[in-house]
Design a protein. Sequence first.
Length: 220
Amino acid sequence: MTAVCEEAHARGVLVAAHAQSVEGVRNALLAGVDTIEHGSSMDEETIALYKDNPKSLRGWSAMIPTLQACMPLVKLDQSVTSANDVVHANAVLVLDEMVAGIAAARENDIPIGMGTDSAVTYVTHANTWLELEYLVRFGGFTIAEAVNTATAGNARILGIDDVTGSLEVGKSADVILLDRNPMDALSALRQPRAVIAHGHLIENPVIDRITEIDDQLASI
C-alpha cells in the first residue's frame, strides 16, 4: 500500500482506500492514503494521522463515510433484505463504526466527504441525496452542513475547489435547480428541475428509478 501511495503521489494523484476498522484505517493512513472510504471509530493515533499525515499528498487525510452502504441492511427487516444473521450483524457493526468515526471526525475537525458506495445493494445512483439525509439523521449534521459536505467539502477533498464546489465568479457553472428549498427538506434534491454541468443545461432530467427499492428506502 505504501508503494501504491508513493507512485500515485509522485504523479500528483490522490489515493483512496476501503477501510472499516481502527487497525485498517491506521495502516492505510500510515501508508499515505488520502481518503478513507467507509471509516471506523478512531483512537488518538488515528486522529493525529488524519490531521497531520506526512505521507499523504497534501499532508492531511479525509474520511468518506458511506452510510447508505449498510443502513438498509440494518434498518430494513431481514425478510425484506434477505440478509442472513451474519450479514445483518456485520452491517450493524460497520454502521456503528462509521457513526462513531463521523462523531470523532467532527469533534476533531477532520475533513468529512460525502460518498455512497453506489451500485452495492440498495444504493442506487438516483438516491445520492439520501446520504445527506443520513448524515443529518444519524451523523448529527445540520442540513446546511450536509449540503456543504457534498459541495464545497468534496471539492476541497478532491483538490478541485478552485474549479467547482461553490458558486463564485470564475468557477465552473455546476448548478442544480430545484422546485423546493433543500434547507427545508433534503428530499427537495430528489428530483431537480434542471442540471447545469460545466455550463451545459439539462432541463427536466429523466431519472431511472427502481420503485421497489425507493419504497423500501422510504420506510427507513
